[in-house]
Design a protein around this ligand. Structure first.
Ligand SMILES: NC(=O)C1=CN([C@@H]2O[C@H](COP(=O)(O)OP(=O)(O)OC[C@H]3O[C@@H](n4cnc5c(N)ncnc54)[C@H](OP(=O)(O)O)[C@@H]3O)[C@@H](O)[C@H]2O)C=CC1
Ligand SMILES: CC(=O)N[C@@H](CCC(=O)OP(=O)(O)O)C(=O)O
Length: 342
């Protein structure tokens, strides 16, 4: 049994951490923080968790990181906030999974350029994508949980890059659900602006572009030239990513499918569709990343599609997958269920 605390329990990823952890047999939930809801019952804000694991009798606590003591801490806090919280926990020797972008980059200058923030300083963190960094995750004290768009994009592209099957240009186009924007409402997320609409944003400037590019570059000795554009779609959860790449001469579709099947053979949360493309209902509420497409047009363009739930494999589910690895538990504990297909 381990003790676990969540900083940012009132947000969307905090709520999703609670939903999954409340079903984890090896976890005792210790502190769930909130600055603005101190003393409020967890199940008042999250009634979906009523009747589960003593959460009816637990309240949010406005507690300083210095006063938290538990085996694991999840920082479900915004970028820019985590870097002021994590160092103290790190010094105290706790195991930390940070869901923000603050520790995802090896060089701080890339972070400062894309996030337009001054960083408080680098710590020894592992990029928490188990499919690529499982052994390092098992040994680390600090996991930088991947971004939601990067999770879907990197998993869709990694075998192509690692096996050197494509030319150097990559185009990534993603559609995301509105929960990706967090719990605080804004003009962008206001219902009439989202409903029956699709909104492209940050067409060439989204901060996940360098994250995807840099992770893929770790798989090859070549430079990756990756262009990424996100779109806000009128859905609550999910990220559907379409990637466009050009196959090297003589690389055939069947070979690509074969390579994907081998690459992800032992991965509990990656499912390969060799016929057709995955959709969001197959993964909603689940920790799966579904990958398919594998269609090649007459110009040699390969179209791949990945689907994830941004709050599960794109955030809290993946964070718990990382916790399982760090704690030496079965990697799939509390995480193995299918999507909420209607
Ligand atoms: N939503 C998503 O799909 C994904 C989100 N992420 C990342 O996960 C993190 C959390 O995202 P999300 O849950 O959507 O965000 P939300 O805005 O929904 O929630 C953030 C929470 O953090 C708390 N908080 C904010 N600032 C501070 C602070 N300075 N100190 C302590 N607590 C603070 C707030 O709680 P209170 O005000 O009550 O204290 C709030 O509950 C972000 O870094 C985000 O980028 C990553 C992948 C996907
Ligand atoms: C819809 C929406 O606004 N999505 C957010 C997703 C960001 C997110 O969750 O950020 P990290 O994954 O980097 O932590 C955005 O595009 O900024």
């Amino acid at each position: 049994m381990i003790t676990v605390s969540i900083i940012g329990g009132t947000g969307y990823t905090g709520s999703e951490l609670l939903r999954i952890l409340s079903n984890h047999p090896e976890v005792e939930i210790k502190y769930i923080t909130s600055r603005k809801m101190d003393g409020v019952k967890i199940t008042k804000l999250h009634p979906n968790l009523k009747g589960i694991k003593n959460l009816d009798n637990t309240t949010f606590k406005n507690i300083f990181p210095a006063d938290i003591d538990s085996d694991f801490v999840f920082c479900a806090t915004p970028h820019g906030a985590s870097m002021h919280i994590v160092p103290e926990l790190y010094e105290k020797g706790m195991k930390i999974i940070d869901l923000s972008g603050d520790y995802r980059f090896e060089d701080i200058s890339t972070y400062e350029e894309w996030y337009n923030l001054k960083h408080t300083g680098k710590l020894d963190a592992v990029y928490g994508l188990p499919e690529l960094h499982r052994e390092d995750i098992k040994k680390t004290k600090l996991v930088a949980n991947p971004g939601c768009f990067p999770t879907g994009a990197i998993l869709a592209l990694a075998p192509l890059v690692k096996e050197d099957l494509i030319e150097d240009r990559i185009i990534v186009d993603s559609k995301t659900g509105v929960s990706g924007a967090g719990v605080n409402p804004s003009e962008t997320t206001h219902f009439p602006n989202v409903n029956e609409n699709i909104k492209p944003y940050k067409l060439t400037t989204h901060r996940h572009s360098p994250e995807i590019e840099k992770e893929l570059e770790k798989l090859t000795n070549k430079n990756i030239k990756l262009s990424f554009t996100p779109h806000l779609a009128p859905i609550t959860r999910g990220i559907l990513t379409t990637t466009h790449t050009f196959l090297k001469e003589n690389v055939k579709r069947a070979e690509v499918i074969d390579i994907y099947k081998k690459f992800y053979k032992n991965e509990p949360f990656v499912r390969i569709f060799d016929e057709g493309a995955p959709t969001l209902t197959g993964v909603r509420g689940s920790n799966f990343c579904d990958i398919g497409g594998f269609e090649v047009d007459k110009y040699g363009r390969l179209v791949m599609v990945s689907a994830i739930d941004n709050l599960v494999k794109g955030a809290s589910g993946q964070a718990i997958q990382n916790m399982n690895l760090m704690a030496g538990f079965n990697e799939t504990e509390a995480l193995l269920y299918g999507g909420l297909k209607p």
